[in-house]
Design a binder for this molecule. Sequence first.
Ligand code: CUA
Length: 341
Amino acid sequence: MEKAVFCPSRRRRPDARAVLGCMLAVALLALLSGCAAETSILRPSGPAAARIADLWWVMFGLAMVIFVGVIGLLLLALFRQRDRAVQKPPANGRLFIIGGGIALPIAVIAILFSLTLWTMNALAMRETTLTVRVTSWQWWWEIYYPDGQFYTANEIHIPAGQPVRFELSSGDVIHNFWVPELHGKFDLIPNRPQVIWLQADTPGVYRGMCAEYCGEQHAKMRFVVVAHPPDQFAAWLRQQQQPAAQPTDPTLLRGQQVFLSAACVYCHAINGTNANSRFGPDLTHLASRRTLAAGVLDNNRGNLAGWILNPQTIKPGNKMPPVVLESADFQALLAYLESLE
Ligand code: CUA
């Protein structure tokens, strides 16, 4: 008992180790959290994202130098205090405060500010030949190609290796357009359209998402950017410009009639039919898309059936009402929608 009271240094030593251990664990956890990411800003696939990643690494490096310096000084203070009964103020204390407390932060902020300006300058608008118009809605993405004059949804196709002009806007609340591997985040504010450029260096599929809380299904507001070799992109563009094929098969014909007479027609458009509402996603080439419901479901017959029957279970609060149909009509509708390639 007496020993514990008069020997404080022996009690303190494990505390310092515990502090060190905790700091190490936190640092390792932070490092590990990056390992599982499917989409990462640290794997840029376009010139804009590459510049942003470079800036991030500089900031990270500077932050680590400062972190190690501060922790080093903290440990020095911890261990030195224990050994000295009386603390004398250090001879160069004032210099230390002015240098470390004023000059160093100003220098660090000046470096980061200059690098940020340099990065922003590198991201300035470029010459483009293709335009994609993206409008965000709760909770899906309307995509329009003014050159081809057609709509699609939740899936943006571009040619790889060249900058593409993106005209971004929101139709309702504030959303945020983010493709981490291609560029930074862009707030989509109603009545405030903005123009950016996006480039994917290599063909591939890049995940995008809404990065601003926009209501209960914010997390289910995803999209993809599909970058093609230029010739394949041209083929995709030609295919999407075509109106939907007029069905000749009796089942598909019945499916089309069901679509045009049920609630579907009030919200969706199918180019080449009388359905031309822009309230919901355009379905002219629905079957050519990878996903349903803004990246929530794989595009297959089972998921399509589930989505039409009960969209409110899959994505509560979205604007699609459940559609109740007689079984044969429902199967015909599914067959028709699946034929829209
Ligand atoms: Cu749209 Cu979050």
